[in-house]
Design a protein. Structure first.
Length: 558
């Protein structure tokens, strides 16, 4: 098999002398150019802990590629920090960055005619973006996640960034002092790595291992663990093996692989953002996957991992307990996943998990006979507010029913001001609209608001729904991704202050208690809001983006 099948087009023959001359200008030799060219897509950026250490890991990946007989060529993409931009105008850039990252990986790989690619990822959007790019190109490749941050310690307890967001609400409520808030802020993030609970980054890391796009056991090694360097180096051997065997991403991205991925989200209490991202990846891979499939898989999958935001432990604890291999072994024993799904190593999922090792006495991953909950945490609600569906995450601690008056806000900032201004009361249903993919644009996460609600002591008595997103750190009775969104004329646009809204999680219903006739009348009176941006990347995204129920991917006009 010709391992340089693609790159010969840029390196070989008389006519490619100018290209070789330019490669030689930056240190590549004739010997280098005779080997397969392996792209290393590095999402390093100096703005956040999640991706801050990826220069080191990419260097190790390149060493591994050279040792395995390839020639690595590193390139960068952009990245946006969700945690830092949360609650600001900048958060609109986060989901949009997923498309731009996928586009940039695709563009460089197509332009430079790489034979294969290793994507080194960190924060929330970089992981699904890498998978989307691999699905589009069907180029031999793998994804290496930079790893989770270590937990911080405050008064003898492990804490994460989630605790800082909730401390903001507690401080606003007068429950903790300014000094206590500062003390929590100072210790919650002790170094490099992505947010420590089973929030979006660690959820998508788990998903990549379960889908077979990342070598099993590689991603869950924490960011600053000395073993991470070896894992990165070993990616060189794996990617050359992938190239030698001709393993393509779409061979791995089967319907069974997506169901395995959903099961891993359900079993770990993972982020609702996984719904959005897996739908997007499936669309790029041309695999039939619908929002209702998440409900189906979640209902048959037990919640096994006791992870934050609703549980006790962080992602580093799960790694020490036995990691994704142990989780997968539990799920396979219970017949909750497809055992013959292939992975990037060439082994099946069943073969990969034979080497699972459970740490004696670990309490992070429950046994099958004593699950934390008999069904997974993802719930798809539908009703007259959300005819295309919306997503809630139910850990087992939340109430399953809520009925109360709507408190309607046209932006996250307005809702945040109401929460911290003590204008939200027990029993209320906070409605935040015009924050969807098109209307935002960019579908901002609402962790500032949901964290403030919990911090104010209202987490068990207030419900929230939005056409925007939630962070993986969000918990409580919260429904996001309400579709169609308000900007597309979805019925969430018709909800008015004081309308009674009913959640019934057991029946999977979210509805406003008004008649169909009143709803139709209100929508006839509705006028689309003027786009927030008329030019630039936000305007282009708003013009091209699909509904959240379709993964909020961008598509050219029909």
């Amino acid at each position: 098999m010709d391992l340089k099948q693609r790159s010969r087009g840029i390196t070989d023959g008389r006519d490619r002398a100018p290209a070789r001359s330019m490669f030689k200008a930056i240190g590549f030799t004739d010997a280098d150019l005779r080997k397969p060219l392996i792209g290393v897509a590095n999402t390093w950026i100096e703005t956040m802990p999640c991706n801050f250490h990826l220069r080191r890991l990419s260097a190790k990946v390149k060493e591994g590629i050279r040792a395995a007989g390839g020639t690595p060529m590193e390139f960068n993409t952009i990245a946006i920090s969700d945690g830092e931009t949360m609650g600001t105008e900048g958060m609109r850039a986060s989901l949009i960055s997923r498309e731009l990252i996928a586009d940039s990986i695709e563009l460089v790989c197509r332009g430079q005619l790489f034979d294969a690619v290793v994507c080194v990822v960190g924060c929330d959007k970089t992981t699904p973006a890498a998978a989307m790019a691999l699905a589009r190109m069907d180029l031999p490749g793998l994804i290496l996640y930079g790893g989770t941050i270590a937990p911080g310690t405050y008064r003898g307890k492990d804490i994460t960034i989630q605790d800082v967001f909730e401390a903001v609400g507690a401080n606003a409520a007068g429950k903790i002092t300014d000094q206590e808030l500062l003390d929590i802020e100072n210790v919650a993030c002790p170094g490099a790595g992505a947010c420590g609970g089973q929030y979006t980054a660690n959820t998508m890391s788990t998903v990549m291992e379960m889908m077979g796009l990342s070598p099993m056991g590689f991603n869950s090694v924490p960011a600053m663990d000395p073993q991470k360097d070896q894992v990165a180096f070993d990616c060189g051997k794996v990617i050359m093996n992938v190239l030698q065997k001709g393993i393509r991403p779409r061979q791995l991205m089967t319907r069974e692989a997506f169901e395995n991925a959903i099961a891993s989200v359900a079993a770990t209490g993972g982020s609702t953002n996984s719904v959005l991202h897996l739908l997007a990846i499936a669309r790029e891979a041309e695999v039939a996957l619908e929002i209702d499939d998440f409900q189906t898989v979640s209902e048959r999958t037990p919640l096994l991992a006791d992870l934050k935001p609703s549980g006790r432990f962080v992602a580093a604890d799960m790694h020490r307990a036995g990691g994704v291999r142990l989780l997968a072994r539990r799920l396979l024993k219970g017949k909750h996943i497809h055992s013959e799904a292939k992975t990037v190593t060439g082994l099946t999922l069943k073969e990969e998990i034979e080497s699972a090792v459970e740490s004696p006495g670990q309490a992070v991953i429950a046994s099958l006979d004593k699950p934390l909950k008999k069904t997974g945490g993802l719930v798809i609600l539908k009703g007259n507010i959300a005819p295309e569906g919306c997503v809630a995450k139910i850990s087992g601690h939340e109430r399953l029913e809520h009925r109360g008056p709507a408190r309607v806000f046209e932006s996250e900032e307005d809702a945040m001001a109401a929460v911290t201004g003590k204008k939200i009361h027990a029993g209320d249903v906070v409605v935040i609209r015009n924050e969807g993919p098109k209307g935002g644009p960019g579908m901002r996460e609402m962790l500032s608001v949901t964290g403030a609600i919990v911090g104010e002591g209202l987490g068990s008595s207030v419900a929230l729904l939005t056409d925007g997103r939630f962070s993986g750190a969000t918990h409580g009775l919260m429904a996001g991704h309400v579709s169609p969104e308000a900007a597309l004329g979805g019925p969430i646009a018709a909800v008015r202050e004081g309308d009674i809204i009913r959640f019934d999680v057991s029946q999977r219903i979210l509805e406003v208690e008004i008649s169909d006739e009143v709803l139709r009348q209100r929508m006839q009176e509705w006028k689309p809001p003027r786009p927030r941006y008329q030019t630039g990347v936000f305007a282009k995204y708003a013009a091209l983006v699909s509904s959240a129920s379709q993964g909020a991917i961008t598509r050219p006009p029909a």
